[in-house]
Design a binder for this molecule. Structure first.
Ligand code: ZN
Length: 152
C-alpha cells in the first residue's frame, strides 16, 4: 500500500470513529444484536430494520476503540438499502480483507479502508465485531455475540 493511500485510509477511519454515522438506537428496528469483544473492551448494539429482503434502515450504539467504531459506522453506510444476502456477502468479503489483506470481487468502496488491519491480528476482532453483530441480528440470535465465540 502506498503511503498516500495509507494516510487516506487512516483519515477515513479516524473520521468515522470521531463522528460515527447512524449512531443511534433505531426505534423501528426489528432485528437487534449485541456484540462484545472482551480482548479490547469493545461493545456494540446493532439495529436493523428489515423490510422483505432488504435492509431498510440500520443504526448502532456502543463504545470501543477507533477501529470498532469506524467499522460499525462504515458498515451502517455500506449495508443500508442492500439485501440481506448482500449483507452476508459483504461480511465474507470484509472478513477476507481484514484477515488476508485482500478480497475478491468488485470494488469494496469504503470498506477497503480496513485492508491494513490484517497486519495487526489483534485488531481483526475489533474490525469484525459489528459484522458479527449484524449477522447475529439477521439470524435472530438472542445471546450476545462475542468475538471469542463467534456464531460462524
Ligand atoms: Zn477494539
Amino acid at each position: 500500500m502506498s503511503d498516500e493511500l495509507h494516510d487516506l485510509y487512516q483519515e477515513v477511519i479516524l473520521d468515522h470513529s470521531r463522528s460515527p454515522r447512524n449512531f443511534r438506537r433505531l426505534e423501528t428496528a426489528n432485528r437487534v444484536a449485541q456484540g462484545h469483544n472482551p480482548l479490547c473492551g469493545d461493545n456494540i448494539a446493532l439495529y436493523l430494520e428489515i423490510e422483505g429482503e432488504r435492509v431498510k434502515d440500520v443504526g448502532f450504539q456502543g463504545s470501543g476503540c477507533a477501529i470498532s467504531k469506524a467499522s460499525a459506522s462504515i458498515l451502517t453506510e455500506a449495508v443500508k438499502g442492500h439485501t440481506t444476502a448482500e449483507l452476508r456477502q459483504m461480511f465474507a468479503r470484509v472478513h477476507d480483507l481484514v484477515t488476508r489483506g485482500e478480497a475478491s470481487g468488485e470494488d469494496l468502496g469504503k470498506l477497503a479502508v480496513f485492508a491494513g488491519v490484517h497486519r495487526f491480528p489483534a485488531r481483526v476482532k475489533c474490525a469484525m465485531l459489528a459484522w458479527h453483530a449484524a449477522l447475529a441480528a439477521l439470524d435472530g440470535q438472542k445471546q450476545p455475540v462475542s468475538t471469542e465465540n463467534p456464531a460462524e
